[in-house]
Design a protein around this ligand. Structure first.
Ligand SMILES: NC(=O)c1ccc[n+]([C@@H]2O[C@H](COP(=O)([O-])OP(=O)(O)OC[C@H]3O[C@@H](n4cnc5c(N)ncnc54)[C@H](OP(=O)(O)O)[C@@H]3O)[C@@H](O)[C@H]2O)c1
Length: 338
């Protein structure tokens, strides 16, 4: 079977395909013939050598997949064979085959195609954890979603709207018309100048009750300051550190050092909360994650959850797929088709 390999840190051109022997599922695992694998910003940062959780090079990345079960490990019920499934994988999903424990696999809704199903796990579970589980977003509240045009951003938009909240977002200006049509209540082009004055106008100076911030570094300090009393900020990324080439590690260090130091007394004084989300550190909590996924699958059935696939690339076009995210072209999800 063929898989996408990152042989070493570098620009998108370093990506290669390699052919390896077919995988054999271990006890309790299924093997999935992958038809679509999600591409995430974490994959871009891993390729740049800036993602601490990535396995050592050379490595096959990929946190999520959709496809058909084509082999079963010992102890797995025969009825799984041939089923259309999607789910989470601890890397290795950007390949023609992936083996995963059954606990990380979900039956695919009949209304979705493989690319749409592969667009769900990372983006929607992250957004659900940020907005619902830890952010506790209420119908009478306003949320600011940074990079609302990205994969997590659009997932968060749909979830926040479903909860009845007012949704504001930052994104590159070229994405605003499409985002407005998707129901965003107020948009800020954060690349044309600081977003805070625009946010103040949109909230009559009050700020918002929830901000989700994937940019990190000193940007997180700005998000904290923009909270209304009782506001919460969810930090879940360090996009500010993204950089191909020799200066990448230095930029990463600067970004991490720029993060705010939070003192509980300060949070208490201002009636604020701060929390962090890392889906890649929840492999021991699959029972919890399955409950969240069930709520999302209910959303697919009810019709409010509609994965937006921006572009699909063959595995041997993976460099273009990485460029699409890196150059901020995507509106929603980028998917690889092995
Ligand atoms: N902690 C977790 O569990 C978790 C899970 C998923 C994702 N994340 C994080 O969430 C963020 C979004 O991930 P995603 O997969 O949904 O990616 P994405 O948002 O679909 O794609 C990247 C988008 O981010 C924006 N962006 C902001 N700063 C950027 C920069 N320096 N270079 C390039 N693009 C930049 C761009 O949109 P605009 O400039 O137009 O806004 C770009 O289109 C990333 O930081 C990722 O690491 C964290």
């Amino acid at each position: 079977m063929r898989r996408l390999i990152v042989p070493r840190a570098g620009k998108p051109e370093v990506l290669q395909l390699e052919t390896v022997a077919d995988l054999q599922p271990a006890a309790g695992e299924v093997r999935v013939r992958v038809r679509a694998a999600g591409l995430n910003f974490a994959d871009v940062m891993a390729r740049q050598g800036l993602y601490p959780d990535a396995p050592p090079f050379p490595t096959c990345l990929g946190y999520e997949f959709a496809g058909e079960v084509d082999a079963l490990g010992a102890g797995v019920e025969a009825s799984w064979l041939g089923r259309r499934v999607f789910g989470l994988s601890r890397f290795n999903a950007q390949a023609e085959q992936v083996c995963v424990p059954l606990a990380q696999v979900f039956a695919m809704p009949a209304t979705l195609d493989f690319a749409q199903a592969a667009a769900i796990p990372v983006n929607y579970l992250t957004a659900w954890q940020l907005l619902v589980v830890m952010g506790s977003l209420q119908a009478d509240e306003t949320v600011l979603i940074h990079n609302i045009g990205g994969g997590v951003g659009l997932a968060a938009l749909q979830i926040a709207k479903q909860r009845g909240a007012r949704v504001l977002g930052t994104a590159s200006g070229g994405k605003h018309a499409a985002l407005k049509a998707m129901g965003v209540d107020g948009l800020i082009d954060y690349r044309q100048g600081p977003w805070e004055p625009e946010l103040a106008k949109l909230t009559e100076g009050r700020g918002v009750e929830l901000i989700i911030d994937p940019i990190g570094g000193s940007h997180l300090k700005r998000s904290l300051k923009a909270l209304r009393s009782t506001g919460r900020v969810g930090t879940f990324g360090i996009s500010a550190a993204t950089q191909s080439g020799a200066w990448g590690k230095l930029k990463l260090l600067g970004t991490v050092l720029g993060m705010p130091w939070l003192h509980p007394v300060g949070l208490m004084e201002h009636n604020r909360g701060a929390f962090g989300v890392n889906m890649g550190h929840l492999w021991h909590e699959t029972a919890k994650v399955r409950i969240w996924m069930q709520a999302l699958l209910d959303g697919v059935e009810a019709g409010w959850l509609k994965p937006h696939v921006h572009a699909q690339f063959a595995l041997d076009e993976a460099a273009q797929a990485h460029q699409c995210l890196e150059q901020r072209q995507n509106l929603g999800k980028v998917v690889l088709l092995p």
